[in-house]
Design a protein around this ligand. Structure first.
Ligand code: MN
Length: 256
């Protein structure tokens, strides 16, 4: 019996990119789709804990969940699938997920959830191109997934794959790039005279660092970035060791 592969996304169960990813991975295993019943972009790693989740079967091995991408991965891996998956693949997101933006992304968060559950996981996103085709992104996803299935991934590590809108000139292993935070909030006044705000207006600006995911995609390459879920900064932990005695003596003084 072939191994089970879980495909999910954050654009919703009816998104073209989701079907494209499921089709691209179809010959690598038994592909099951468990995805949000509606668009859930930019929900990050949110879990639904305060209302019941419902699962609706919408096709053969295809399920819609009234929750977030992380909910879908949880439900699927911990019970919905007939066996534990060998791979979680999230996407293909309509729009790239690069650099400092990855923690906002529901697409990337679904792969983080898979990683936390101990399943090798990858997120796949494609640059904005309207409803254009996903052939190139699907081909890259399939190649990367095949390699992951053979080699596995290091502990607590997932892959963030971004493919440009046009045909990819090749594939680059990259690190996360960094955003330039120059944006301002937009403040307007509503018809009742109350202020309201928009954040995230205007296109993001990026540093053009060599070797980053952003520079690779800007040059027409597909980008594969290994991400690590241990967010501890071990260097800082070592350098800040003396904070412990300092903070404790202050805490004791306060208690006296
Ligand atoms: Mn999305």
């Amino acid at each position: 019996m072939p191994a089970v592969i879980l495909v999910t996304n954050d654009d919703g169960v009816h998104a073209a990119g989701l079907s494209a990813l499921a089709a691209a991975l179809n010959d690598l295993g038994d592909v099951y789709v468990v995805a949000p019943d509606r668009e859930q972009s930019a929900v990050g790693h949110a879990l639904t804990l305060h209302r019941p989740l419902r699962v609706t079967q919408v096709g053969e091995r295809r399920f819609a969940v009234n929750g977030t991408p992380s909910d879908c991965v949880n439900l699927a891996v911990l019970g919905l699938l007939p066996e534990r998956p060998v791979l979680v693949a999230s996407g293909i997101n309509h729009g790239s997920n690069l650099g400092d933006d990855v923690t906002y992304s529901g697409t990337v968060s679904a792969a983080m959830e898979g990683t936390l559950l101990g399943v090798p996981s990858m997120a796949v996103s494609r640059g904005e191109a309207g409803e254009g085709n996903f052939d190139s992104a699907g081909a890259v996803a399939r190649l990367v997934a095949s390699r992951v299935l053979v080699e596995g991934l290091p502990a607590k590590t997932l892959l963030n794959v971004n493919v440009p809108a046009g045909p990819a000139g090749g594939i680059r292993m990259t690190r996360l790039g960094h955003r330039v935070y120059r944006e301002k909030i937009v403040q307007e006044t509503d018809p009742r005279g109350l202020p309201y705000y928009w954040i995230g207006a205007g296109p993001p600006e990026w540093n053009e660092d060599e070797g980053s995911d952003i520079s690779a995609v800007n040059r027409g390459w597909a980008s594969v970035t290994p991400l690590h879920l241990d967010l501890t900064h071990y260097g800082a932990l070592g350098r800040m060791a003396d904070w412990e005695s300092g903070l404790n003596s202050l805490l004791r003084k306060r208690a006296r």
